[in-house]
Every structure is written in C-alpha cells, then in structure tokens.
Design a protein around this ligand. Structure first.
Ligand code: IVH
Length: 676
C-alpha cells in the first residue's frame, strides 16, 4: 500500500509537470504516448487502491453525476468590471486623469493584455488545491461551475512551485479557440444539432452544462489575468510580477501580456494587437491596460464597481444587429448567381456595412433569411461581411421568403443549376453584361494582367457604352475614347493606356489565369503553364492530357478543354496575341526517358503495393499518360487483382497486359537508370 501511495504521488507530480509544460509553457517535454502511459498507470493503481483517490488527481477531472442545478457562491472579493475606451483620445484622457490623481508628470508603466472574449471565472485555491470555481454572476455572487471548470486541461487541479497564498482566488477568462469552435459547429451541423453563433456563446453554453461529461468534450481553455488573496504578504508588488508568479504556479497568463511605458507606447500595443486580431487563435474584443504598480493601484482605488487604474480599450465590434431590407442577385464572372442582402447600414468591424453576401441559395435557405428579418452581421478583419444568423424572435409578421429568380436579372437569359451543384448560373455567357464586366475585372486584376487604374466604375462605363465587349477590346482603346468617359481626363486616360501597354509583357501563367476559365485559379494556371510550356500545346491538348496536370481532375479538365474548344474564345485569344500580348515560353526540364514515357497506360483492379491513384501518379512521374478509358490506342493495361471487364476488353483489342510485378519492373528500370 505504501509503495502504491508513493508511486501514485510520483505519477501525479509527473503528470502535473507535463500538463504545465504543455498548457502553460506550450513546450511539451515528452511525446503524447509517454503522457498516456503515465495516465494509464495512475488509473490502474487508483483502481487497485480506491482509498488513495483524491479530488486533485488528474484522473478526477470529469465529475461523476450530473447536477440538478448550479449552487450560488460568494466571491472572496467582488469581481470587478472595467471602464471602456473606444478611441486613442479616450485612452489619453484615462492616462491624464491618473497622472493628475497621482500628482505626477512622469510616464507610467502599464501592464497590457488582450481582452479575451469569453467568460470571467474565479477559482478558489486552498493549500494549492482547486476547491471551487464560479462564474462572475453579478460580481458579488456567481454560480458554482467547479465540476465543469475542472475538465479544462489548462486549469491546474493542484498548483506547483512556491509562494502561492494559502487561500486565494485566481481570476481569468474561459474561452473556446476559434479552431475548436469551428470543429464543434461542423460536428453539430453534421449530426443535425443546433450550432453556436460565436466562440463566446459556445464557451458559455459549454460551461453551463449540468453534465460535466459534455463540458469535458468541448475544447475550452483558460487564461489568467489576476488574483484576489486574503493575505497578500510575499506577493510581487506589480501586476506583471504577479502574472509571472502565477505562470510559475501553473496558472497560464496570456502569451501577449507585456508592460509598456507611457500612453503612446500603450496605444502602439493596441494597434499591434488590432492588426494581429484576425490571425490570433482566439477571439479578443480589445486590450486591457492596468497601472502596473500595486501601490499606485491602491492609491487610485475604485469608482463603483470599476477600478480607476484599469481600462478596456475596445476594438470595433465584429458583430452587430441590423435589418435585411432586401435580397438582390449578383451575377459573377462565370454566371454564378449570388444572393446579396441589402442591409440597414450598420457600423461593424470598423466600417459601415450595407451589403452582405449570402453565398448561395442553399445557404439562404439553411439560415432562413427573409426580407424584414433582424440579423447578426459579421465583419472580421478584411473579410467580406456576412450574415451569421437570424434573430428569430424579432421576425416581423409577413417577413418575405426570398425566391430564386427564374431568369438572369441582368440579361434575362435562363438560369441553370447542375445536378448536385450549390450554384445556379445565368446561361447568357458573354451575352450577359454582368458576366462581361466581371470577366474584364478579373482580366485586369493584380494577379492576372495587372492593369493599373482600370477600376470597377471605368469598366462599367466601357461595357455600358458598348466600347468593350471582351478582353481584347481593351487593347483597342485609345486616349481619345477614354478621355470622353465620366471622371476621366486626358491625363488619366493616358495613364490607363500606358498601363495596358505595360501589361502586354506578361507570363503564360498570368495570361491563363486572366482568361478566367472556370475553376482555373492561380495555382491551376501555373500547373497548366508548367506542364504544357506553351499556349499552343495547351490549346491542342485532349481532355485526357489536361488531366495529367497535377491536381487537375476530370471536372476542371473538362472546363479547360471546353474553353479552348469554343471558337469565340480562340478568336479572343488570337486578337489578344495580335495586339501584342506576349510571354516567354516556359522552360521545362527535359522529359525523363523511361520505358513508360509517352505511353498511355490504364490501371485496373486492386494492386497490393499501392493504390490505383498512386500507380497513376507513378505513371505520370515517369512521363506516361495515365488514362481511365481503354482503347486500341492504349499501350499497356496494368491489371491488378479482380480486374474485370477492362482485362477482357484489353485481350480483345490486343493491348499489352502487365501484372503488378511486370509494371513495377518497368517502373524500376527507370529508377535504376536514373541512379547511374
Ligand atoms: S481585468 C479589475 N483583464 O473583461 C479588472 N478582464 O469588463 C477586472 N476580461 O469581467 C478584469 N480579458 O471577463 C481583465 N485581460 C483581462 C481581461 C478581462 C477579458 C473581461 C473579464 C471582465 C471584463 C471586464
């Protein structure tokens, strides 16, 4: 028994140490497998000796029985709130008032932290052991959520190190990282459950579970930003010093916490965090500044429930409520119809938003957005504003369901929707002015032909006045024609012509991207350029040959082939080239010569050493063409186990048949040749 007790204690210490390395320092010392081994051994010993199980054992994170309700608890000292500042001047005012009160002209040292967008939680530790965790509630009393907070792995059940007060409350924010939130919602959606509107609501919903097994399955984390102790002797006398001490005890403060001298430095911290906001793994709604020295904090004191020595400098909210005034359909470059919500203008994410994309009709139906609805609009970073969800209890009577138009709102052509496709398209092609405008916008865009100064409004005018109807028309413009347009003069017209002239000197991949073939993005354009080397080779390629390009599947190959087969497109390309658009041919490495190079090969049946896809990749790597259809032009059929009709057909057509062994032999001849 004593030996078991000693081993149990040692295991718990080791596990606590590894939790600390992992969750606090973000620097694990041992692989997961080793950690799991320690946990398994501890579980085993505790099962053998149930009397030795204690509540602070790492095996005891998930509680037993679900609760009936949460108990009320009184905080050791009130949990305070913060004054808000919304501008640099607000913050300068805050700094000035403090200096006046302290009767000093010197720059003050501030502790700066992100303002985490989660829930404030206070955790009582006695003798270094987690006793109780509570929500903020009204600041004086909160709800006992101990069972649930215990399941959060970044919260230590027992503190380590030295110097923690015998009895104190550690305070911080429980939140859900954005990745975890997305995964949780994806799971919920897949199983038809309700999704959460944002990570904050997801964190709150997870903490308010009466059954802690549910909470345990949610990706929650905690960051600490302060403490409240009855006896403060021995504690550091700065806020930053206390955070450092808390880190050593295993209570993780924000990795972005730091100190800054003077208000201008503090404002730089704000701007820095504001730029980093959208790339952080968690959501923040601002930054918090606290006077670092505790003696100054005490001198400054409180006004009602907020300290005079701290302020929250808020970022513009990324989500706001507004009303849907209408839904319009926009026609994109490839004819795709996108529903766009016209909104009552609202200030969100730092700009005034009056439109938001609804993506497609399925999305519109799923979110059940109707005209007249109050909706949550979100704009984060530079992302296009979107409607997150409808506030259903604010739906007015008679809110209108949005129907898909029967014909294109721009050109009146029919609407097509391929089977299983989310997107409906206008069938008007280049007859549709919306598609023409969008394809011109794409053609001149930065990553395509990169024509400076040809903005949206200018393109609208060119198309509306019938001056340009396809890309080649751009190169037939002259200063005179351009100077005639609204808001253009000789000077700006000359600039546009100059930019068009400069754009003629381009690369094959840019040109291919600029053509705007459906589903051909930058990466695919690059792949096509590198594979075929010249435009001529690509234009003459069969669909199957296009499919040989890396990452190009049958659908994209189909689009590419169809594009170049279209007479109109060939004419536009010819006219572009005639007007001087040019590029160097792409230099390609000499094709490897191998017994497979230039050969058309079909793989069928099951191979034992690789998948069919891998076999086809190997064929391509060795210069062959991997095809899925067998004909008399096929050079080899590679037949694995259970090869069916293709084997019979190959025999009939007299196509050479290779078994797996034979195929590998041919392939490896290449490998050994290369080595020499
Ligand atoms: S300090 C005396 N620091 O903001 C100061 N609060 O409006 C008390 N919050 O309820 C709070 N991140 O939930 C502080 N780094 C941070 C914070 C933070 C988020 C929340 C907290 C509090 C609210 C105050």
């Amino acid at each position: 028994m004593q030996a078991a007790a000693r081993e149990i204690e040692s295991l718990r210490l080791q596990i606590a140490h590894h939790d600390y390395r992992y969750f606090v320092l973000d620097d694990p010392e041992v692989p997961d497998a080793e950690y799991d081994r320690l946990m398994r051994r501890l579980r085993q010993l505790e099962t053998e000796h149930p009397a030795l199980v204690t509540p602070d054992s790492p095996t005891q994170r998930v509680g037993g029985r679900p609760l009936d309700k949460f108990q009320e608890v009184r905080h050791l000292s009130p949990m305070l709130s913060l004054e808000n500042a919304f501008s640099s001047d607000d913050v300068r005012g805050f700094d000035r008032r403090i200096k006046e009160r302290l009767e000093t002209g010197d720059d003050l040292m501030y502790a700066c932290e992100p303002k985490m967008d989660g829930l404030a939680i206070s955790i009582l530790y006695e003798g270094g052991v987690l006793i109780r965790a509570a929500t903020r509630g009204d600041g004086i009393t909160g709800e006992d959520v101990t069972q649930n907070v215990r399941t959060i792995r970044s919260v230590p059940l027992r503190l380590q190190g030295v110097g923690w007060p015998a009895r104190f409350e550690a305070r911080g924010e429980v939140f859900m990282p954005v990745d975890g939130f997305r995964q949780l919602n994806a799971q919920a959606e897949a199983s038809g459950e309700k999704t959460f509107v944002n990570p904050r609501n997801a964190a709150a919903g997870s903490l308010r579970q009466l059954d802690s097994r549910i909470t345990a399955a949610r990706p929650l984390e905690m960051i600490f930003y302060g403490l409240s102790a009855e006896d403060e002797t021995g504690l550091p006398q700065t806020h930053s010093g206390r955070l450092e001490a808390m880190r050593k005890w295993g209570l993780r403060p924000s990795a972005e916490a730091c100190t800054r001298l003077g208000v201008e430095e503090v404002l730089r911290y704000h701007d820095d965090m504001a730029t980093r906001r959208s790339s952080l793994p968690f959501q923040i709604d601002g930054v918090v500044y606290k006077v670092d020295r505790l003696d100054l904090q005490r001198q400054l004191g409180f006004v009602s429930r907020a300290p005079r020595w701290a302020v929250a400098h808020k970022f513009p909210a990324e989500e706001e409520l507004t009303i849907v005034r209408g839904v319009e359909w926009q026609v994109g470059r490839t004819g795709a119809l996108t529903p766009v919500a016209r909104l009552e203008p609202v200030f969100v994410g730092g700009v005034t938003v009056s439109n938001a994309t609804l993506h497609n009709i399925d999305e519109l139906r799923r979110k059940d957005i109707r005209v007249g609805d109050t909706v949550i609009v979100r704009r984060a970073g530079d992302v296009i504003p979107e409607v997150v969800s409808v506030v259903s209890d604010r739906r007015p009577p008679g809110a209108q369901v949005v129907e898909m138009p029967e014909c294109c709102p721009v050109c009146g052509s029919g609407i097509e929707r391929g089977e299983g496709e989310a997107v409906a398209r206008c069938s008007g092609g280049l007859f549709c002015q919306a598609q023409v405008k969008e394809s011109l916008r794409h053609f001149v865009s930065r990553k395509a032909m990169n024509v400076d100064g040809l903005g949206e409004k200018l393109i609208d005018q060119l198309v509306d006045r019938g001056l340009v109807s396809s890309a080649d028309g751009l190169y037939r413009l002259d200063i005179e024609k351009l100077a005639d347009l609204d808001r253009m003069g000789e000077k700006s017209a000359a600039k546009v012509i100059e930019a068009l002239e400069a754009s003629k000197d381009t690369t094959l991949e840019r040109f291919l991207f600029a053509l705007g073939v459906r589903d051909v993005g930058e990466a695919t354009a690059r792949g096509l350029a590198n594979h075929f080397g010249s435009l001529g080779a690509l234009m003459e390629a069969t669909e199957e040959q296009v499919q040989q390009v890396r990452d190009v599947g049958p659908v994209v190959a189909g689009h590419v082939h169809a594009f170049f087969a279209e007479e109109h497109n060939r004419q536009v390309i010819q006219r572009l080239v005639d007007s001087g658009v040019h590029w160097p041919d792409v230099e390609r490495p000499e094709p490897v010569s191998s017994p497979l190079s230039g050969k058309t090969i079909v793989v069928t049946g099951t191979l034992s050493s690789m998948s069919r896809e891998e076999a086809e990749a190997l064929v391509r790597k060795l210069g062959g063409v991997a095809s899925s259809s067998l004909s008399s032009k096929t050079d080899y059929l590679v037949a694995g186990e259970k090869a069916g009709s293709k084997l019979a057909k190959a025999e009939k057509l007299g196509v050479d048949i290779l078994d797996e062994q034979g195929f590998l032999q041919l392939a490896s001849m290449q490998a050994s040749d290369l080595n020499h």
